[in-house]
Design a protein around this ligand. Structure first.
Ligand code: DQA
Length: 155
């Protein structure tokens, strides 16, 4: 984990989230991925942190991104899209990089189809924000930074 004074957060989005704004706006809203990335950057910058954003429709590319930046990053904000419900590989990647991660969903996955209620990655995250729409990302950013700034118990 980075120990610099300016923590780097990885903001990672999985499949179909590049289409935010036009994809099922009645569920996911009218805001675009750049809108969300800009919210997270603003929330992070206000607390002296920076953000590196990435989106892919490919599971392996998401894992490669996490691996590539594990040495510089302090934490992860992850909306894995549908891979949330299927990807043991993403769960394992989060455990492998050993960075605190917050799982984010625009919609409330617990009130939708039953197949969305199970998250494969939740057990590798410090928490989950679901159903708050775009605002959930600002909440998640602040929670992650709170976690990073909290005093660590001495070994
Ligand atoms: C989502 C919820 C997932 O079930 C879905 O597959 C998505 C978006 C959300 O942000 O609400 O792609 O992660």
């Amino acid at each position: 984990m980075s120990t610099t004074d300016s923590p780097l957060l990885l903001l990672v989005h999985g499949p179909n989230l590049n289409l935010l704004g036009e994809r099922q706006p009645e569920i996911y809203g009218h805001d675009t991925l750049p809108d969300i990335e800009s919210d997270v950057a603003a929330a992070a910058n206000a607390r002296g942190a920076t953000v590196l954003s990435f989106q892919s429709n490919h599971e392996g590319a998401l894992i490669d991104f996490l691996h590539q930046h594990r040495g510089q990053a302090s934490g992860v904000l992850l909306n894995a899209g549908a891979y949330t419900h299927t990807s043991i590989a993403l769960h394992d990647a989060l455990e492998a990089i050993a960075l605190p991660a917050v799982e984010v969903h625009l919609s409330n996955i617990h009130t939708r189809e039953s197949f969305r209620r199970r998250s494969m990655i939740a057990a590798a995250c410090i928490g989950q924000i679901a159903g708050l729409g775009r605002a959930g990302y600002t909440v998640a950013t602040n929670l992650l930074l709170d976690h990073l700034e909290a005093p660590k118990p001495s070994p």
